[in-house]
Write a protein that binds this ligand. Structure first.
Ligand SMILES: NC(=O)c1ccc[n+]([C@@H]2O[C@H](COP(=O)([O-])OP(=O)(O)OC[C@H]3O[C@@H](n4cnc5c(N)ncnc54)[C@H](OP(=O)(O)O)[C@@H]3O)[C@@H](O)[C@H]2O)c1
Length: 255
């Protein structure tokens, strides 16, 4: 017998597409959400499970509400807030529209969709919500990607806070955040950046995350290197860490 539904936002490429493949193998029916229909249709054909496709621009609050209304009658067991993007450059050179759009998607959509789905899951005392943050969200700041780092800090802080609220209610509902370092996806092209560190594959990232999600780990960091960086960053004075980060990040825009 097939399980309930898993909703994956940003399923049309990268980590989201790999989440879809792994979750399909777990026996869930899928709801694939993104803006590019052809990509989602192609992915759905490859998956050996029932797939529903929802086209939405999640940077628009009304679109977030619309998709949740459309999903009102189905039983959502897993919800992965994965859609997101970054942008690299000196803050004043980045169009306001780009950054506000990023805040709308990475912060507002994630926040709203989390609340709407948690409301359903808390009623049935079951379900998994995974918010895709970044290791950026566990570090003090990221000059030259300042807005992106700030959006991901919101995701980790919000998720960890809500997880503690659920724990104190003895709820079975899980919420956690995925905090990877560089992953080879379309992210770089969109963000106008090249990573200094070699990226991991999106399939490794997604598979690791899903295994940890089912173990109910709240903060998921896929590689030893990033775990070590996040750990040691805590022992540096914040000002010094940010200065070092700025030097590294600056190399990416002034190659
Ligand atoms: N790659 C990395 O190094 C890395 C590291 C840490 C965290 N992350 C996070 O991982 C998540 C997935 O990114 P990725 O690396 O897999 O990049 P990606 O390949 O560029 O995928 C981004 C996904 O988000 C969707 N998306 C973008 N804007 C959207 C919008 N307005 N409405 C609906 N969907 C939208 C895209 O679909 P459409 O364009 O079809 O809408 C696409 O499916 C993001 O939250 C990112 O911040 C990535």
């Amino acid at each position: 017998m097939s399980k309930g539904y898993a909703v994956i936002t940003g399923a049309s490429s990268g980590i989201g597409a790999e989440f879809s493949k792994r979750i399909a193998k777990e026996g869930y029916r899928l709801v694939l959400v993104a803006r590019r229909r052809e990509r989602l249709e192609q992915l759905a054909q490859e998956l050996d499970t029932e797939c529903m496709i929802l086209i939405a621009d999640l940077s628009d609050v009304d679109e977030c509400k619309r998709i949740m209304n459309e999903l009102n009658s189905i039983d959502i067991d897993v919800f992965i807030n994965n859609a997101g993007f970054g942008y690299c450059g000196e803050t004043l050179t980045i169009e306001n529209e780009t950054e506000l759009n990023m805040i709308d998607l990475n912060v507002k959509a994630m926040h709203l969709l989390t609340k709407l789905v948690l409301d359903k899951m808390i009623d049935k005392n079951a379900g998994y919500v995974l918010n895709v943050a970044s290791s950026a969200g566990l570090l003090p700041a990221g000059p030259y990607m300042s807005a992106y780092y700030a959006t991901k800090a919101y995701v980790t802080s919000y998720t960890q806070g809500v997880a503690e609220e659920l724990r104190r209610k003895h709820s079975n509902v899980y919420i956690g955040c995925l905090c990877p370092g560089p992953v080879d996806t379309e992210f770089n092209k969109v963000a106008n950046v090249e990573f200094a560190l070699k990226g991991i594959s999106s399939s490794y990232c997604a598979n690791y995350a899903i295994t940890q999600m089912f173990k109910k780990k709240i903060t998921i960091v896929p590689t030893f290197k990033m775990k070590a960086l996040v750990f040691f960053a805590r022992f540096l004075p914040t000002k010094l860490y940010i200065k070092i980060a700025a030097k590294q990040q600056r190399k990416k825009i002034y190659k």
